[in-house]
Design a binder for this molecule. Structure first.
Ligand code: GLC
Ligand code: CA
Length: 535
């Protein structure tokens, strides 16, 4: 199977949709979205033109990290529904040609997971080695300098057994020990359990993190700056990012390949170096898709975006499928981060995301231009980021607020008398109901864009070619398309010939002497000039 010739796979050129279940639609009036709500709006997602959905964590969890602290990998969280609901969801999605990906969390469990409960029983407990235990450092205190996601020590003291355990995130999220073969066996079984039930694959949480340095060496100080630099002044050299992780994905890829229709492994590969990102694709024998965070954190400028796209495409192995996304439940929404709520920029960013070859991942609400919400401290729900401001590494609740279905006080997310678990954003105009009937809305623009993408680019994963241009212009050919984007506040003349204009983000395309004039922040999708004659 290790051929460099790309076989067509369903995710090639597909549109995936990250659906934060708790904020999607509440069907039983408890203020939390649920699987019933996902089923209820599958028709909306097919209408939009989505090919598959990634559900934020659905497994039982004490919710210290809203499902990213799993206490049972083979179940469904009671707040979200039952295993029967999940089976029904997979079946109903299947009827509409929609695939379902689950969020799989192999880096750590909840401290409430029976494995950890057993592991804390005694040093000789059966599951002791499922976790990373260590004696105090030479002078007493934690075994090394590793810090967790809140900036405190990544080690928690366990008095009854006299050792520390490792937690790269919250203390209630003990890291699993991937040097232990039984952990591999347990996860192989978990993968099969869900693949047998018909899930199309997994988004793999903290995919770069599973193995830690066997010698538990201290992390060095961070020297890099910028959004991908290690947090709290530390470079995460030893508490994550170990090469042994690749063998896990080769094993999982074999498991995925043992199923009749192609199953997908999509990694949350939080690495700043695109050559390291490329390694997660292996020789077409590891992950089929790996999230590209350098792209997420690029600035919304022509040189930054075109630079990171060129470097990505040059780094990925031949036949690998790139992934383009810009929002998620951790980093916030691109309509805020990139666009500051400016609708011209939101449309332009959507155009770029939809016309780059590969897989596009939308975050719920991107299609209506939902922006981050200022959640007051007393309403914040995320223990890991409570109290932080709305910056990119700030409060994560800002991007987890209820889907805005209509303009009612609870946005159609839940009944009017129910208090949603997080407050509703500004939904006067940014809502599905009003935009669906308005041909000039972001939603209708996005839907039209996805349908053109499907028709013009099909399953394309390559064929990008940058075109030179004046400052502010990012122009490229992508298969049979020419895409022009003015990433500046001034009009720009694009000197390149184009064929039929298929779509403009705002206003008409204005022919000018020697090209097309783009208004500030205008984007255009056209056919290539030669395609007019040829096909
Ligand atoms: C990933 C998730 C994030 C979570 C963390 C720990 O980064 O996306 O939401 O807090 O892992 O599981
Ligand atoms: Ca509910």
């Amino acid at each position: 199977m290790n051929s460099n010739v790309a076989q067509h796979r369903w995710w090639h050129g597909a549109v995936l949709y990250q659906l934060y279940v708790r904020s999607w639609l509440d069907t039983n009036g408890d203020g939390y979205g649920d699987l019933g709500g996902v089923i209820d709006r599958l028709d909306y997602l097919s209408w939009l033109g989505v090919d598959g959905i990634w559900l934020s964590p659905t497994m039982p969890s004490p919710d210290d990290d809203w499902g990213y602290d799993v206490s049972d990998y083979l179940g469904v969280h009671p707040d979200l529904g039952t295993i029967d609901d999940m089976d029904r969801l997979i079946a109903e999605a299947g009827k509409r040609g929609l695939r379902v990906l689950l969020d799989l969390v192999p880096n750590h469990t909840s401290s409430a997971h029976p494995w950890f409960v057993d592991a804390t029983g005694s040093r000789g407990a059966g599951h002791r080695d499922f976790y990373v235990w260590a004696d105090p450092g030479p002078g007493g205190g934690p075994p090394n300098n590793w810090l967790d996601a809140t900036g405190g020590s990544a080690w928690a003291w366990h008095e009854p057994t006299g050792q520390y355990y490792l937690h790269n995130f919250l203390a209630s999220q003990p890291d699993l020990n991937w040097w232990e073969p039984a952990v591999h066996a347990a996860f192989d079984e978990i993968l099969r359990f869900w693949l047998d039930r018909g899930v199309a694959g997994f988004r793999i949480d903290v995919a770069h993190g599973l193995y830690k340095d066997a010698k538990l060496r201290d992390n060095p100080p961070e020297t890099a700056t910028g959004p991908m630099a290690g947090k709290f002044g530390q470079k995460p050299v030893y508490n994550a990012n170990q090469p042994e992780v690749h063998a896990v994905y080769r094993d999982w890829r074999r498991i995925a390949a043992s199923y009749p229709d192609a199953r997908l492994l999509l990694g949350e590969t939080w690495v700043g170096d695109l050559s390291l990102l490329a390694r997660f694709y292996g020789d077409d024998d590891e992950l089929q898709l790996a999230f590209n965070f350098p792209f997420v954190f690029a600035a919304l400028t022509a040189p930054d975006l075109s630079g990171v796209v060129a470097e990505t495409l040059a780094s990925l192995p031949a036949g690998a499928c790139p992934v383009w996304t810009a929002s998620n439940h951790d980093v916030g929404r691109f309509p805020s981060r990139w666009c500051g709520g400016d609708e011209r920029k939101i449309r332009l960013a959507l155009l770029a995301l939809a016309t780059l070859p590969g897989t596009m991942v939308l975050y719920y609400g991107d299609e209506i231009g939902m922006t981050d919400v200022d959640v007051p401290l007393e309403l914040q729900q995320d223990a890991m980021s409570r109290g932080a401001g709305n910056g990119w590494r700030g409060n994560r609740d800002r991007a987890r607020t209820p889907m805005q279905w209509d303009s009612a006080a609870t946005a159609g997310f839940t009944a009017e008398q129910v208090t949603p678990w997080l407050p509703v954003g500004d939904n006067a105009a940014v809502n599905v109901a009003s935009q669906r009937d308005d041909p000039g809305s972001v939603l209708r623009f996005c839907r039209g864009l996805l349908s053109l993408r499907q028709a013009e680019l099909g399953g394309q994963i390559a064929g990008y070619q940058a075109l030179p241009g004046p400052p502010g212009l990012w122009a490229y050919r992508s298969g049979s398309l020419t895409v022009l984007g003015n990433f500046s506040g001034r009009p720009v003349v694009c000197p390149h010939p184009v064929g039929a204009v298929l779509l403009s983000t705002i206003g008409p395309a204005q022919p000018a002497a020697g090209g097309i004039t783009l208004a500030p922040w205008q984007g255009i999708m056209a056919r290539n000039p030669d395609a007019e004659l040829g096909d």
